[in-house]
Design a binder for this molecule. Structure first.
Ligand SMILES: Cc1cc2nc3c(=O)[nH]c(=O)nc-3n(C[C@H](O)[C@H](O)[C@H](O)COP(=O)(O)O)c2cc1C
Length: 197
């Protein structure tokens, strides 16, 4: 299998985040050849780099990009694909995630441009982040990322699908994540045929 690397972003800063748990499950279920960089999300407690990013301010950007943005941009730029797991806040993108994407989208040598993207999400409610995922796809158009269409991973009633330690115990959901990771592998090589070659 040709090796590809995927950078993971969680849209939740919560230590017990179901979305961060889902990313850890994805890393474990990824096909051979695919390495998912959890970038601190696998620490105990998890460290989410988007929590270090200040609120976007164009005046501050003019003075220079914050190191937290430069560092994250460098890591995403070096990866072959991006995987975002996000909660839905008021039917849309959590501010912390949108803030990170806004900063990243202003970096020179735009790290999001042309990047294959897979989206998943976990919510306590029955819709399982269906609405935020479409808002994220809209943002992806502007920054020219290439979202994978299918399979979707919508983890509804998330509190019933993970155990106390954050392990994904629902077999159906594990199957969806495994299928999405396989599809992301193929999608990345289709978008960037030179990857890992
Ligand atoms: C500000 C706020 C808004 C929320 N809005 C929604 C929503 O629109 N749809 C939904 O399914 N859940 C909503 N929730 C509940 C989240 O699904 C729940 O908090 C989930 O656990 C967040 O993901 P996390 O575990 O990764 O932090 C909201 C929670 C917060 C704090």
């Amino acid at each position: 299998m040709r090796p590809i690397t995927v950078h993971a972003l969680s849209g939740s800063l919560r230590a017990g985040s179901f979305n961060t748990h889902a990313l850890r499950a994805a890393a474990a279920l990824a096909p051979g050849g695919m390495t998912i960089d959890l970038d601190g999300l696998d620490a105990d407690p998890p460290r989410n780099p988007i929590g270090d990013i200040p609120l976007y301010n164009d005046d501050e950007k003019e003075k220079g990009f914050p190191p937290s943005v430069v560092d994250l941009g460098r890591k995403i730029g070096a990866a072959n694909a991006l995987l975002i797991a996000t909660p839905e806040y008021n039917f849309s993108i959590p501010g912390v995630l949108k803030n990170a994407l806004d900063w990243l989208s202003r970096l020179p040598d735009q790290p999001l441009n042309d990047k294959p993207l897979a989206i998943m999400g976990a919510a306590r409610g029955p819709v399982g982040t269906g609405r935020v995922q479409y808002h994220l796809r809209q943002v992806a158009v502007f920054v020219n990322m290439h979202p994978l269409n299918k399979p979707e991973v919508l983890i509804s009633m998330a509190h019933t699908k993970f155990d106390e330690a954050g392990n994904l115990t629902d077999e159906t959901t594990r199957g969806f994540i495994e299928s999405q990771m396989k599809a992301l592998y193929d999608w990345t090589l289709r978008i960037s045929p030179e990857t890992g070659g």
